[in-house]
Design a binder for this molecule. Structure first.
Ligand SMILES: CC(=O)SCCNC(=O)CCNC(=O)[C@H](O)C(C)(C)COP(=O)(O)OP(=O)(O)OC[C@H]1O[C@@H](n2cnc3c(N)ncnc32)[C@H](O)[C@@H]1OP(=O)(O)O
Ligand SMILES: O=C([O-])CC(=O)C(=O)O
Length: 374
């Protein structure tokens, strides 16, 4: 039997959701160039595209936005659960708990793709509230549910409790578009694996959030931000990187299972956006550190197939948007839920239980020894 550690190169499903063209450094959502979506679309429109397979008409988009608006506040018991959690709880863990809690009280017997899609949209709608409410509860403030035109603006307003500039709302919107989907990454695979047992969408998204948390996946956008803060000045980059590599550490925001021959294509958009925000805010320090990191680490590690990934500049952009560092990670989830739900629904239409196998390397035929004789 073939053995592929880390399932590298194994095809688990056919898909029409995302195509990554490694030769030409391009990503397509449902056939549309991600860079064009980042420039011309909105998160709501892109999420609709991922979920329903086509760009919405104006009426379709308005209807979708109304459904999101109508479901921003999760069932009341979810806020009550948040209010009882220890204030030290990490926002990504609280989001996992919040999404899991959303399931309670709902009749989950209908597991058809249509019913799961409707649940997925409700989860997507409520995630910004859960993350923002948790941040406010842990800092002794009341959760907010502000008026806002877009998902991005709502999230920033609910989190910060202050006005959001058009540039900030647009920057968050671009981040949500860029992070929304990326083929069979670990969290999407986790969601699909859970859903393949015919479990429900809440369970699949809860598990996907748990996967995203890890520092080899979404957690890197927190580690990259902490690294940039620790480096503190672009002049310190080389010393910091040399010391980290000498200690056998991995540099967060670098390396990728797919991008071994060049940087992550999403970087082109994010680098530009980070620069725009840096100059608009009159504070180029974090952008300069990321740029120097990109140059120095690439020069050192490209021969090994290590290039910058999305999380390097995502960390810079979130810093300029004023996000507390540990909110970077659930912000990724607020976006990626679009991809998770799209994959679960697509897979459910031709469901087959996911059940790989393994190669046993332990002993067999050992003789049982009674406990008193061991
Ligand atoms: C949105 C996302 O999820 S993007 C990914 C975010 N994750 C990170 O940024 C965390 C840092 N990066 C990593 O840990 C890895 O590059 C991964 C997990 C993303 C991809 O890993 P893999 O494809 O399994 O690469 P693999 O582990 O085989 O690494 C190949 C070699 O490069 C090294 N390497 C990989 N990433 C890094 C890094 N960030 N810094 C330094 N060295 C690295 C490995 O140690 C290994 O070296 P070796 O051959 O001397 O043992
Ligand atoms: O594809 C991956 O393995 C990780 C990644 O970049 C993502 O999920 O956006």
């Amino acid at each position: 039997m073939a053995y592929f550690p880390g399932l590298e190169g194994v095809v688990v499903k056919e898909t029409e959701i995302c195509h990554i063209d490694l030769e030409n450094s391009k990503i397509y959502y449902r056939g549309y160039d991600l860079e064009e979506l980042a420039e011309r679309s909105t998160f709501e429109e892109t999420a609709y595209l991922l979920l329903y397979g086509k760009l919405p008409t104006r009426g379709g988009l308005e209807q979708f936005k109304a459904v999101l608006r109508g479901n921003r506040a999760p069932p009341q018991h979810v806020t009550a659960v948040l209010q009882h959690l220890p204030k030290s709880a990490e926002p990504i863990d609280v989001l996992r708990t919040g999404v899991s809690a959303m399931a309670h009280g709902e009749d989950l017997r209908d597991r058809s793709p249509e019913a799961e899609l409707a649940r997925g949209v409700r989860i997507m709608a409520a995630m910004p509230y859960i993350v923002a409410a948790w941040h406010r509860i842990r800092t002794g403030q009341q959760p907010l549910s502000p008026d806002a035109d877009s998902h991005a603006e709502y999230f920033l307003k609910a989190l910060r409790g202050s006005d959001v500039s058009p540039l900030e709302a647009r920057a968050m919107d671009v981040m949500l578009i860029i992070y929304a989907e990326h083929s069979m990454n670990n969290s999407a695979f986790t969601a699909v694996t859970v859903a393949s047992t015919l479990s429900d969408m809440y369970a699949a998204v809860t598990a996907a959030i748990a996967s995203l948390k890890g520092p080899l996946h979404g957690g890197a956008n927190v580690d990259a931000a902490l690294m940039i803060e620790e480096i503190g000045d672009e002049g310190n980059v080389e010393k910091w990187v040399d010391a980290a590599l000498a200690a056998g550490r991995r540099i967060p925001g670098f390396g990728h299972r797919l991008y071994k021959r060049g940087p992550d294509p999403r970087l082109r958009v994010l680098r530009r956006l980070a620069k725009e925000l840096a100059y608009a805010k009159g504070d180029t320090k974090y952008y300069a550190i990321a740029q120097r990191l990109e140059e120095y680490v690439t020069a050192k590690l490209a021969a090994k197939g290590i290039y910058p990934n999305t999380d390097l500049y995502a960390a810079v952009i979130f810093k300029y948007l004023g996000l507390p560092v540990d909110i970077n990670l659930p912000t990724f989830a607020i976006s990626r839920v679009a991809g998770w739900v799209a994959h679960v629904v697509e897979y459910r239409r031709k469901n087959r239980l996911i059940r790989p196998t393994e190669k046993y390397t332990g002993p067999i035929g050992l003789k049982y020894v009674p406990i008193e004789e061991r």
